[in-house]
Design a protein around this ligand. Structure first.
Ligand code: PMV
Length: 322
């Protein structure tokens, strides 16, 4: 059997998913709207494993705990069995690598689980609809439900899968600058961070309620391709997510001094008339949405911020390649 290789991109939430509905597997309490980061890629290869061994997953050649990936692998394997695929029961070997820092708050779990699902789908020659692939990817990581699609996506509160909103070429002049302030692994995983926020932050309920309004307004802004409208909504979304998180006990705080430096630099850039709308996730990196026109000035200013270690630039889109 020939190995299968798939490439996907991380899904950057413009409006954030933060909090799960209790009792489900990664069912979001808040709707998210996201876009694929076209030039950041996860490459995942599936090949036949050791016939007398078990499934094995490696990220950048490092063996991963099997249990983390087993539910996703088994969900696809059961479809392979039901279709009578002769290689359904042969263990798989999965090799994955990222062109960007892993588990550092750049959504490597979104592109990672999406690539795993798409690669196994091809490996076992299945014909599941995209929403089913999104549903299975969600069980690995909520944001992966969005990453199986490229372009602009929505993952509604309470939903089992994400949906595509617009194709990758909907808003071609957008650019994303990722200011890397620490490429190490994050201190608290998003799963634990969300759960601690839900169970201990007094601001969790208001955050969930307010997210409904933000999502509706941001969907209109994306439909109109209006960054001046979308930008302030993005900012409310991430800062309210952060607000509820740092009020948890103990606090869920990902920021570094350099993160604040980048936020302030974005404010300066906007005062100078440039488009620079930042957002953050479960990590200290800052992602800035700008335009092709303003990119050189935004990139130059962010590079000057003390503590910024690296800058990644991406177009938006990020369709999977199989
Ligand atoms: O799906 P997870 O566990 O990678 O969590 C994603 C959480 C955020 O990145 C902070 C927000 C989002 O919607 O991607």
């Amino acid at each position: 059997m020939k190995p299968v290789t798939v490439r996907t991109s991380p899904s950057l939430a413009l409006i954030k998913y933060w909090g799960k509905i209790p009792g489900g597997t990664n069912i979001p309490a808040t709707s998210s709207l996201a876009v694929g980061l076209h030039d950041l890629r996860t490459t995942t290869r599936v090949s036949a494993g050791d016939p007398s061994g078990t499934d094995e997953v490696f990220i950048a050649d490092e063996p991963q705990p099997a249990g983390h990936f087993a539910p996703v692998i088994e969900a696809l394997r059961s479809h392979a069995r039901s279709l009578g695929r002769t290689h359904a029961d042969i263990p798989v070997r999965v090799d994955s690598e990222n062109s960007f820092p892993t588990a550092a708050g750049i959504a490597s779990s979104s592109s990672g689980f999406a690539a795993l699902v798409l690669a196994l789908h091809a490996w076992w020659d299945l014909d599941l609809p995209m929403h089913e692939l999104s549903r299975i990817a969600r069980t690995g990581s909520g944001s992966a439900a969005r990453s199986v699609y490229g372009g602009f996506t929505r993952f509604a509160a309470g939903a089992e899968f994400a949906e595509p909103l617009y194709a990758a070429d909907w808003w071609p002049e957008l650019r994303v600058v990722v200011a890397v302030t620490d490429s190490g692994r994050k201190s608290i995983g998003s799963r634990d961070g969300m759960e601690r926020t839900r169970t201990t932050s007094p601001f969790y309920e208001p955050w969930v309620e307010d997210a409904v309004r933000l999502t509706r307004l941001a969907e209109d802004a994306i439909a109109q391709r209006s960054l001046v409208t979308l930008g302030p909504l993005m900012r409310e979304s991430y800062l309210r997510m952060v607000g509820t998180s740092i009020a948890a006990s103990p606090p869920v705080l990902y920021w570094l001094p350099a993160s604040v430096g980048v936020i302030r630099a974005c404010d300066e850039l906007r005062h100078a008339g440039l488009e620079a709308w930042e957002t953050m996730d479960a990590g200290p990196q800052v992602k800035i949405l700008t335009t092709m026109r303003d990119l050189p000035q935004v990139q130059a200013r962010i590079a000057e911020v003390h503590g910024v270690q690296d800058i990644l630039v991406s177009r938006v889109g990020g369709d999977a390649e199989t």
